[in-house]
Design a protein around this ligand. Structure first.
Ligand code: FAD
Length: 444
């Protein structure tokens, strides 16, 4: 077995690929441009919650923004918050929830920074009702490596706004941003879970859902009459006033890198069956805290170690509605045939609210996200097959979750990539960008 490389200075969540770069911490908005010349190209990074290489560089300088974590101003009338870009959504929630406010859009983890959320134009369970994160960012500051400071909004330097939202950190450093928070009266979520079997039933549920938040967990292991079974999860912020207390800190940390054999077809099949059966009735209603509803994985810090030292690969795509059912069926069959199971697969409808970024991922259609342990050529072959199916069905893959797309695939998924080129800071680059522009080879 090949010896794994030493731990790099900064890892992405999938811990693959392992690339090393110099890490320079930024604490103040004035710390950039750097006083000394950087070693090679630069890239801003946040909390490293992207799965692949969009937050990595080999041999360059990573500008670590977590030290820029201050709240700057808040207007309780409008919910407008101004903060530094290195603050996490968890830190914003600690401030906002006790004051009766919540994030307008949140991903499946709260440990991402505002800069990272803008740069990947992230989406949440309310994409169909609220659009992507960038839709709720009225303004931010972008600093270029030559020291130019650009105030960006949908109307002021609008082309820089469009390039930077979803611009994967390549257009410059975001130093601060404004976010429009939404009011809440309680921490609680009115929840409803509906069990389904098969994509037809999932489509019927998704088409008729009226709730603000929707997502479905889907079993990617079972075949035959249990193929594509899952639980469709609706949620709404509770309207009955209740507790607005700050969340407790998670107290569990995944202690060790599990050996590769621990996650296998059998343990994942057992998990998927147990998860499906944890809800006994066809439909279940409950009032639940927002933490387990939005962030079920955050209660165990560093859960990515469960995948062992080799790391994990994510796959996330969206296929337009016209071809969505057929395309997703082919993808799910390719996964079950491969014998490479996934614990955490989710499927959801994206809505038609336009994403504000020229390189943003969300588009109307059916979205699927899942992860696989890295078992070298087996997982690489499967990921390559899933990318090819996505292409055949006119879909696209998500850069924040990817470590395998080829340059040809990326350039077809994102036809705006050439229009984006003039906005890239000449001193900035990323391992992802090198790969999808054909300058870095993909592991065989
Ligand atoms: C458990 C889990 C669940 C997730 N669920 C979702 C989900 O539901 N929806 C979703 O959309 N994503 C999801 N993600 C992905 C995650 O939201 C994104 O990858 C996010 O961008 C990570 O933010 P970060 O602060 O960790 O940034 P990093 O991963 O460190 O960086 C991400 C990108 O942002 C750029 N960047 C960071 N800071 C700045 C800055 N100040 N200025 C300019 N560019 C900057 C970087 O260059 C890089 O291109 C999930 C990730 C995990 C681990």
């Amino acid at each position: 077995m090949a010896k794994s490389k030493p731990k790099p200075s900064f890892e992405s969540w999938g811990r693959y690929p392992r690339l090393d770069a110099k890490l320079v911490p930024l604490h103040w908005r004035g710390d950039f441009p750097l006083r000394k010349a950087a070693d090679g190209p630069m890239l801003p990074v946040g909390a490293g919650r992207s799965y692949g290489d969009v937050c990595l560089l080999e041999g360059g300088t990573l500008l670590h923004t977590r030290g820029m974590d201050r709240l700057i101003a808040f207007d309780p009338q409008s919910g407008l918050l101004r903060c530094e870009a290195g603050i996490t959504l968890a830190e914003i929630l600690d401030f906002a929830v006790p004051r009766g406010f919540f994030l307008p859009v949140t991903p499946g983890t709260k440990y991402v920074t505002v800069g990272g959320a803008i740069a990947n134009d992230i989406h949440g369970k309310n994409h169909h009702s609220a659009g992507s994160f960038g839709c709720h960012v009225p303004r931010f500051e972008l600093v270029r490596s030559d020291g130019t400071r650009i105030l960006c909004s949908p109307t002021e330097n609008a082309e820089w706004f469009r390039a930077t939202v979803g611009g994967m950190g390549l257009t410059g450093l975001i130093t601060w941003a404004e976010i429009r928070l939404r009011p809440i009266v309680s921490r609680m979520i009115d929840y409803q879970g509906d069990k389904f079997v098969g994509l037809d039933e999932f489509f019927t549920l998704a088409n008729s859902a009226k709730t603000e938040y929707t997502v479905a967990w889907i079993d990617c292991v079972s075949t035959g009459r249990n193929f594509a079974r899952g639980i469709f999860m609706h949620g709404e912020h509770a309207t009955i006033p209740g507790s607005l207390k700050k969340s407790k800190e998670p107290w569990l940390t995944f202690p060790i890198d599990l050996p590769e054999i621990a996650l296998n077809k059998f343990s994942m099949a057992a998990f998927n069956t147990a998860y499906y059966n944890k809800q006994l009735k066809k439909q279940q209603k409950a009032v639940v805290d927002y933490e387990p509803y939005f962030y079920p994985l955050d209660s165990v810090l560093q859960w990515n170690k469960m995948y062992g030292k080799a790391g994990l690969l994510q796959f996330q795509n969206v296929i337009p509605f016209e071809a969505g059912k057929e395309g997703m069926a082919e993808i799910l069959k390719a996964i079950t045939r491969s014998g490479l199971a996934s614990f955490l697969a989710v499927i959801k409808f994206f809505g038609d609210i336009p994403s504000p970024g020229m390189m943003s991922f969300p588009a109307p259609g059916v979205m699927l996200a899942l992860d696989f342990p890295i078992r070298h050529e087996v997982s690489f072959d499967l990921l390559d097959r899933l990318a090819a199916i996505t292409l055949d069905y006119g879909g696209r893959m998500y850069s924040a979750k990817d470590a395998r797309m080829t340059a040809a695939q990326y350039q077809t998924f994102y036809p705006n990539w050439q229009a984006f080129l003039p906005y890239i800071d000449p001193a900035f680059d990323s391992a992802f960008w090198q790969r999808v522009t054909g300058r870095r080879a993909i592991d065989a």
